[in-house]
Design a protein around this ligand. Sequence first.
Ligand code: S3P
Length: 191
Amino acid sequence: MEVRAVFLVGFMASGKSSIGQELARRLGWDFVDLDVQIESREGRTVPEIFRERGEPGFRLAETNALRDLLAELRRHHYVVALGGGAFAQEKNRELLRQWPSVFLDAPAAELWQRSLTDGVERPLRGDPEQFAQLYAERLPFYRQASMVVETTGKSLASICIEIEGALQLRGTPEDAASRQNRLRSGTGESQ
Ligand code: S3P
């Protein structure tokens, strides 16, 4: 069956956005960062939403954004980066049950180091102990993704090749041509 969207999941600073952008570029698909979608829908940054409505308010906005995004997936091919907590929510995993998901993993200590230097403000980052504990709590949920990629020491390109191969995203040239035709005629139905 043709794959029309791939969802990247994993903890904070696991590279979901940078790997997602590279994967989308390689495949010629659209890239969507769910946190960016949430910010534009709500007219506020993620930290502002946390400050004004707390985590429950953010989770509600996140699930609504995900539900609306899924309703739009009929006409485009998407690589979607989810925020670090999205796949830990049962409601979101249920919404994504029919779609391929990729858990981008790395040790919590490495993710903590990356989170110090990537310039992103993260309301739930906490201190190194809290960060590692939250990572451990979420691991069983992340492992429910369709596939796991260990990212430590790997280049963006090799991670993308691993995902493309496991999920057969490139297909044959005939697949690509028929996909283009279906997209043009607006009848791309499968995932
Ligand atoms: C969150 C991670 C953030 C963002 C929000 C909540 C989390 O995304 O969605 O701050 O619960 O881990 P990143 O994983 O892109 O940092």
